[in-house]
Design a protein around this ligand. Structure first.
Ligand code: ZN
Length: 225
């Protein structure tokens, strides 16, 4: 199957993430500040392509690579494994989890925890069924989902993970719930952040298009290896 044997970043036949794309992701352009969220890569170009493939193309093998990017970024920001008691994630809705077959944030969080040598626990529950963050107008997205946190967060230093940050409202809401449950410290991290999330709050962010899996048979032009 072409889909299973091509790179998620450039669609060339081969491993799930080719060497070129791996290098591109590992050395992203200078990351502007994304508020208090530690993000590994900007949600543009090749990294956006990889993330969309991960999220909508059911390519969960990418989780390991994406978690590695997050861990490298955390270390670069001075966050050490000893600073974190537990890793958790901002869960997606049950409907989306069912549709995709997995929760992409959970998958990354579990891999991040493994790489840091820190336990990973489900500490957050998503209330209601807010629509997804992408494809909505900004006002709707700013409200974000509502989470409740497990009492197990009490007294813990928590690292909470999401996949893509748009306005930051999801992670803000998740961190709020964790603090209400008694977490003593909450570090927010994401694989990617949209340019809109980092370019200030004045501009309307570009809409994020979903790529259905069926479009992945499109073969992009050849690239230098
Ligand atoms: Zn590639």
């Amino acid at each position: 199957m072409i889909f299973d044997s091509s790179c998620a970043g450039c669609h060339r036949p081969g491993p799930v993430l080719c060497r070129t794309c791996r290098f591109v992701l590992a050395a992203p352009p200078a990351m502007p500040s994304s508020g208090d969220v530690i993000a590994a890569v900007p949600f543009v170009g090749r990294s956006r392509e990889v993330l969309l493939n991960f999220k909508y193309g059911n390519r969960r093998q990418l989780g390991h690579h994406l978690a590695g990017l997050v861990v490298n970024r955390l270390l670069a920001e001075g966050i050490r494994p000893a600073d974190v008691d537990v890793v958790t994630w901002a869960p997606t809705s049950a409907a989306r989890r069912h549709r995709r077959g997995f929760d992409q944030a959970e998958l990354v969080a579990r891999r991040v925890a493994l790489q840091l040598g820190v336990p990973c626990r489900r500490l957050l529950r998503r209330e209601g069924s807010a629509p997804p963050q992408t494809g909505l107008d900004r006002a709707t997205r700013l409200h974000g989902p509502v989470f409740t946190a497990s009492p197990a967060a009490h007294g813990r230093r928590v690292l909470v993970i999401d996949d893509v940050v748009t306005t930051g409202s999801t992670l803000r809401s998740a961190a709020h719930a964790l603090r209400l449950a008694g977490a003593v410290d909450v570090v927010k991290a994401a694989v990617a952040t949209t340019p809109a999330a980092v370019a200030g709050r004045r501009r309307e962010p570009a809409r994020t298009r979903r790529r259905p899996a069926a479009t992945h048979t499109v073969v992009h032009g050849p690239r230098a290896a």
